[in-house]
Design a protein around this ligand. Structure first.
Ligand code: HEC
Length: 158
């Protein structure tokens, strides 16, 4: 039995309809995964909590870092740098910040460098790591946020 033209047309409409509905249903979760959006209030709020529980002990309650963070510690390695605009977090693209948090400093540091930055791959989900980065970014002034966003874009195109 061959399908009539009308039946084919209807079938076509259904398929396109399902595809469009599917696209819109997938979108909200997509936008939370794989990116740290400082304008997403929900993501930032989630990140704030995660930051307080996991990061503030070293990087500071106000993201101010540890004292003399540029100076090597007697036991080797560095103190935790600030995550606010006075540090160098915003000099790095998103992907690097994500990997550094997930894998920890030792996995990514050059040979011979002793890192004091733990990896969070075992304790935080990818979504939680993106959220904490969204919170950190939300504390930067607009100008710095734009610069870091450009940097992230450029590094993605490479
Ligand atoms: C035990 C202390 C400690 C804790 C806790 C800690 N960090 Fe760090 N972190 C460091 C140190 C020290 C560095 C400096 C680089 C190094 O030694 O590897 C660093 C560096 C980083 C960097 C890369 C460098 C930069 O300029 O920002 C990121 C990103 C980072 N930390 C994010 C986090 C996040 C997010 C958390 C919480 C989930 C966290 N850290 C918890 C000690 C810590």
């Amino acid at each position: 039995m061959a399908l009539s033209k009308i039946q084919l047309l209807l079938l076509g409409c259904v398929i396109i309809g399902v595809a469009i509905a599917g696209y819109f249903m997938m979108r909200p979760t997509d936008s939370l995964q794989g990116q740290a959006d400082a304008d997403n209030l929900e993501q930032v709020a989630m990140g704030q909590k995660i930051y307080a529980e996991n990061c503030a002990s070293c990087h500071g309650v106000k993201l101010e870092g540890q004292k003399n963070w540029r100076r090597q510690l007697p036991g080797g390695g560095l103190p935790a740098p600030p995550h606010d605009q006075s540090g160098h977090t915003w000099h790095h693209p998103d992907k690097l910040l994500f990997n550094y948090t997930k894998q920890g400093g030792q996995a990514l540091a050059p040979k011979g460098f002793k890192s004091n930055m733990p990896g969070y791959g075992e304790t935080l989900s990818d979504g939680q790591i993106w959220a904490v980065l969204a919170f950190i970014k939300s504390k930067w002034p607009d100008k710095i946020r734009r610069r870091q966003a450009r940097l992230s874009e450029q590094s993605q195109r490479k």
